[in-house]
Design a protein around this ligand. Structure first.
Ligand SMILES: C[S@@+](CC[C@H](N)C(=O)[O-])C[C@H]1O[C@@H](n2cnc3c(N)ncnc32)[C@H](O)[C@@H]1O
Length: 243
């Protein structure tokens, strides 16, 4: 059997990732976006940066609602894919979120756990500082993170998931402050190994980060319907930040 190892940042761009997370579909993403723009009262003349946009599903939907959107991601492949949807009001660029964005917008959206990848906390802080730099004085930022408390409480150490012809063998563990998922994909006669690794950042740690990055936490939600955050029961930790 052929076996290969793929780097973490590329896992998100594989068809396997999209097959595994198929149930986290566009409907969910679009419902979240609608709830957010309505809550934030973001008028259609506003500009939005979708930071770590992946293949652009949030950017594309935001643009369809009338916003001017820039989608930015480290992955050249994802940006190349997203670019087929580009128009005058929707652009995409390759961007490492640790590097300055050189852009001013009304809102930055960081969606679906697109944060907490770096070993050094200073790099997480750099991302938050870049977000603060990128928004206008009255701008807003949204960080949509996992509720690490609940994830750790309910961590399933080993699981096999069948999706279409693919078998995913998944191992999960918390090691050195990271929630790590080892994913072994069996695709007919070939098998591939991937790793997803996200830092254990709870609300207290976000509070410290935000203070250091000169961002204020204005609201805290626990799911895509924008219900109140509850450490034990919420699936998400969604922060609404201002300067
Ligand atoms: C979990 S995916 C989410 C993508 C998108 N927000 C969505 O919901 O479909 C995380 C994304 O972060 C991107 N990423 C990882 N490290 C990055 C970095 N240093 N700078 C910018 N993007 C990065 C990956 O390429 C990937 O597209």
């Amino acid at each position: 059997m052929k076996q290969s190892k793929t780097w973490f940042s590329e896992w998100f761009n594989t068809s396997y990732y999209h097959t595994l997370y198929k149930h986290r579909n566009n409907d969910e993403a679009q419902r979240f976006i609608k709830n957010l723009v309505s809550f934030l009262k973001l008028s259609k003349d506003k500009t939005i940066l979708d930071l770590a946009c992946g293949k652009g599903r949030h950017s594309i939907f935001l643009n369809s609602l009338g916003y001017q959107v820039v989608g930015a991601d480290l992955s050249e492949n994802s940006i190349q894919h997203a670019n087929q949807f580009a128009n005058e009001q929707l652009t995409f660029k390759v961007q490492d979120m640790r590097e300055p964005f050189n852009i001013k917008v009304d809102a930055v959206f960081n969606m679906f756990t697109s944060f907490g990848y770096f070993d050094d906390d200073k790099e997480d802080l750099k991302v938050l500082s870049n977000i603060a730099q990128a928004i206008h004085t009255d701008g807003v930022a949204v960080v949509d993170y996992m509720n690490v408390h609940k994830v750790i409480q309910h961590l399933v150490p080993q699981e096999t998931i069948q999706r279409e012809a693919l078998e995913f063998n998944i191992k999960r563990h918390v090691t050195n402050g990271f929630i790590t998922k080892e994913i072994h994909v069996l695709d007919q006669e070939e098998s591939f190994n991937f790793q997803e690794r996200v830092k254990v950042i709870d609300l207290d740690k976000f509070k410290t980060y935000c203070e250091l990055a000169n961002l204020k936490i204005k609201h805290i939600f626990g799911d895509y319907n924008l219900s109140a955050f509850n450490k034990d029961t919420s699936d998400r930790l969604i922060l609404i930040l201002t300067k």
